[in-house]
Design a protein around this ligand. Sequence first.
Ligand SMILES: [Zn+2]
Ligand SMILES: [Zn+2]
Length: 363
Amino acid sequence: MVNSIQGAYGFQLSASNTPLQPCELPVLHPGPDELVVQVAGCGVCHTDVGFAFDGVPTRHPLPLVLGHEISGRVVAAGEKASDWLGRSVIVPAVIPCGSCPACRVGRATICRQQFMPGNDGHGGFASHVLIPARGLCAVPEPLPSGLTLEMLSVIADAVSTPYEAIRRSGLRQEDVAVIIGVGGVGGFGVQIAAALGAAVVAIDVDRERLDLASRHGAGLVLDASSTDLKSLKVAVRTFSKESARKGIGLKIFEMSGTPAGQTTAFGLLDHGAYLAVVGFTPRPVELRLSNLMAFDATARGNWGCPPDQYPAALKLVLEGKVALAPFIEFHALEEAPAILDAVARHALRHRVVLKPDHSKENH
Ligand SMILES: [Zn+2]
Ligand SMILES: [Zn+2]
């Protein structure tokens, strides 16, 4: 039985607004309820950008290895977690404690004792990560052709977070879903909404993203860079009529994480609408909140996705209802500093997955 890992390395943030630095990790020795995952892939999220460049504080003090979108293989495990040894897993971005009052009433994502890799401890921009052995999502093997374990890393956040937002909205076949921002998260949001049978509108400012969305579930794509809010509203209303859905109120999902996207999302509210805030920006927007009252509308956010929903999100991927390959690009872990910079500049169209090279390791 393997109970510690030596020679692990990663890329850490030492101070806000400085590049990530390579670092060696101390010997990873899991406690009884912990395990070590050899990272297959780790997605890069705008939350990482927030930590690195926007002054959003990590809960664990710096220096800290970032990265919370992890898939990999369990290579060391404490005595109570030994069943996981050798298994392929997706590590939830938010690992709740499972026993506090929030967890007990089904609000696991706001558990105050939660562990988020790359926020509460070293994360997945690394060869290995030490995590609690709770809430892991087992990956069945062999995988269907076209899927790899490193691709599945994006389920840990970019797929599961929109999945949870859509699940909470109660989206059904009778509904029209409007996804704003169809990049690294929204591209999956479009597919999940379409998989549930809804008619889907995709709104973005990038033509290539819109083209991709139209090939993967969107019935209508709208370019917000050349269409004002009034015209967007007319187009969405026309599409709703033509698609003959009986659901009351639009289900609007803000996935761009930009002030412009948030403003558009709020501006599209109609009677009985539901607005989900999925994207993150630290910048404020000015809204007339009374529109919620006037439209009898609902607005809601979600901090990730509870682990018990991961298997359902994974199933959509395994069944081919949510395609990953067209929406992600791989880079070597060593490129982490430059990649984080590029993600911050919105210079990459796809969700980036960092891949460590394990070929030179001997365990
Ligand atoms: Zn994230
Ligand atoms: Zn808890």
